[in-house]
Write a new protein. Structure first.
Length: 143
């Protein structure tokens, strides 16, 4: 099912690199996996020590490190990149909100965020990755 989702976004499932640092496919997988990670955390089935202060920072993950370094250097003027940068930062804020609600003892609210605003933001981030992938493919066609 996930392969169809990736295909529908126009992403190639083979491991095509934007640069030697980031792989859009891997970034999509990592960010879509967050919903399951957060759900397992809320259910007490995770041993992860999720800290809102770390989760809420967008430059600590693989994609964020790339966005704030090589990505900005390569694609900083591209509207698709600017949108990705913004949506990715919001993704991390929403993920941190889930953990904050859980730590405050409000698991119902945490689940509402997870299935509501977090899920929507996750989809926006993945769509931005797909848009950036289209820019990359266009550059390959017209170097």
């Amino acid at each position: 099912m996930f392969e169809r989702f990736i295909s529908a976004l126009g992403l190639k499932s083979q491991q095509e690199e934007i640069t030697q640092v980031i792989n859009i496919y891997d970034a999509v997988l990592a960010h879509t996996a967050w919903k399951k990670r957060l759900f397992l955390y809320l259910e007490g089935q995770s041993r992860e020590d999720l800290q809102p202060g770390k989760i809420g920072v967008d430059y600590l993950c693989m994609l964020g490190k790339w966005i704030h370094s090589d990505g900005k250097a390569q694609f900083g003027d591209e509207p698709a990149f600017k949108q990705l940068m913004e949506e990715h930062a919001k993704f991390h804020v929403h993920a941190a909100s889930v953990v904050e609600a859980h730590l405050a003892g409000d698991d119902n609210h945490a689940l509402e965020i997870l299935n509501g605003s977090f899920d929507a933001q996750s989809k926006k981030t993945v769509k931005c990755l797909a848009k950036l992938n289209a820019v990359v493919e266009a550059r390959k066609q017209n170097p």
